[in-house]
Design a protein around this ligand. Structure first.
Ligand code: GLN
Length: 466
């Protein structure tokens, strides 16, 4: 009830697309009676959670923040959501996002932008010198901005996001939450409406690394409905309280000193490296030379997969159907034109261009090869003894909405992902941890990237940091 009230009081954040109040109250009541009887369903029984609106939920509208799916009610529930429900978790609602998870700001969805809760917190308001809260709010990051805002505004204890190029870590960093992108294949994608199948993973947003570790434990594992999932026994449950960074080798990738990195984020990065070194970790400079090609390479691969994934939205089986009915072709074209925003349509066009017979080798195949090189960079560094990489998550703290939307939509949807995308290219686990507030009173997050299936180790380091 407290969570639901808080959702009402923070309506201006626009974090939720759908609030499942009635269902939540019913589930909470059932959980309460189980807990009173002393027979919880699972470790998370009764814990309220929120889900990004690109995970299918049976009988609950799932929109992808798109006009195309505005009225779509799925007949089944995504595996990761079901696993939480099976634990007795209480579903509060579905969170706002960029349309079809394409974006980095949660500004490009049909339900309007998500506002970063820190825009209304004292440190930011004080330095804004009494400026109108309504005109100078900052973005939540994205595309899982609603999930990050839900956790950091304390309306929910945990939220699911999705992460294809940084969409969970980016808003996590900007909203001051812990945001985990698990190893590809550890969590089922069944029921997650795809963006880039070869990179998508469900992401976990929580208030602390220990919470993330518990949720990861519950969600991971093989799912017969997603053939890319694997069963991996985890080394331990949750971050070890006595985890020692003494024998840890921390890599600092040179190439992440990127153009546009803010002085304050850089200073945080150095501070954390010093802190780890001071505690006995070995901190080492490393090189990931192909990282610089990540954004371009992602653009080609993402658009190619988008072009193919979006083909299903024809306005016939499901999706928005236009009133234009002069011919079947005209109906398809009009439905897709009306149903998708221009970010989505732009990517479909680019993707089809990259996949043309005469372009396929030059773009798609080449991008696949570069992707392999990016992954091999990581491999080499980890084989050389590095346990985790420490990097910034974003270039700076959150920018104001008016500033963000001035950029053209291709730049704003992908440029911010420079530090996060490479981990998706390589399928590696990565977590963003809040480390400080900037002089503007906004959160700064740093990212840890580890070898495949070392998710729990990452969370232990994150726990040590927080
Ligand atoms: N910002 C990237 C994009 O627009 C990544 C999005 C994501 O991770 N879902 O595609």
């Amino acid at each position: 009830r407290k969570c639901l009230n808080r959702i009402k009081r923070t309506r201006h954040l626009n974090a939720y697309i759908t609030v499942t109040e009635e269902l939540a109250l019913k589930q909470a009541e059932e959980a309460e009676s189980r807990l009173l009887r002393g027979s919880p369903k699972g470790i998370l029984d009764g814990i309220p959670f929120a889900v990004k609106d690109n995970f299918c939920t049976e009988n609950i509208r799932t929109t992808c923040a798109s006009r195309m799916l505005k009225d779509y009610i799925p007949p089944y529930t995504a595996t990761v959501v079901q696993k939480l429900l099976d634990q007795g978790c209480v579903l509060l609602g579905k969170t706002n996002m960029d349309e079809f998870a394409m974006g980095s700001g949660s500004t490009d969805g049909v339900f309007g932008p998500v506002r970063n809760p820190w825009s209304y917190a004292a440190p930011y308001r004080e330095q804004a010198g009494g400026a109108e809260a309504d005109s100078d709010w900052v973005i939540s990051g994205g595309s899982s901005g609603g999930s990050a805002a839900a956790v950091s505004s304390l309306t929910s204890f945990l939220a699911l996001g999705s992460d294809t190029g940084g969409s969970t870590r980016n808003p996590g960093a900007l909203c001051g939450a812990v945001a985990l992108k698990p190893t590809y294949g550890l969590l089922s994608r069944h029921g997650l409406i795809p963006l880039v199948n070869s990179m998508d993973v469900p992401g976990i947003v929580t208030r602390s690394a220990s919470d993330a570790a518990i949720v990861l434990e519950v969600l991971q594992g093989r799912d017969t409905k997603d053939s890319t999932t694997v069963q991996r026994p985890t080394s331990h449950t949750g971050p070890a309280e006595d985890f020692d960074v003494q024998n840890l080798c921390v890599g600092i990738p040179e190439e992440y000193h990127a153009q546009g990195l803010s002085q304050e984020t850089l200073a945080q990065w150095s501070r954390l490296a010093d802190l780890l070194e001071g505690a006995g970790a070995q901190v080492r400079r490393v090189s990931l030379p192909h990282t610089q090609h990540s954004i371009v390479c992602y653009h080609v691969l993402c658009c190619a997969e988008v072009a193919s994934n979006m083909a299903r939205f024809d306005g016939l089986q499901y999706g928005h159907r236009s009133a234009v009915d002069s011919s079947t072709e005209a109906m398809y074209a009009a439905s897709r034109h009306e149903g998708f925003n221009d970010v989505v349509r732009g990517r479909i066009l680019s993707g089809n261009f990259f996949l043309l017979k005469q372009n396929y080798e030059r773009y798609f195949l080449k991008a696949q090869q570069v992707r392999r090189l990016i992954a091999e960079d990581f491999d080499r560094v980890f084989r050389g003894g590095v346990d985790v990489l420490l990097t910034p998550t974003t270039l700076s703290d959150a920018v104001s909405y008016s500033h963000f939307v001035q950029q053209d939509n291709r730049t704003r949807s992908t440029q911010e992902d420079i530090f996060t995308q490479p981990a998706n290219m390589a399928g590696l686990p990565a977590v963003s941890v809040p480390t400080a507030l900037s002089s503007r009173g906004l959160p700064i997050g740093l990212q840890l990237i580890g070898p495949a299936f070392q998710d729990q180790t990452l969370l232990s380091v994150a726990h040590w940091i927080e």
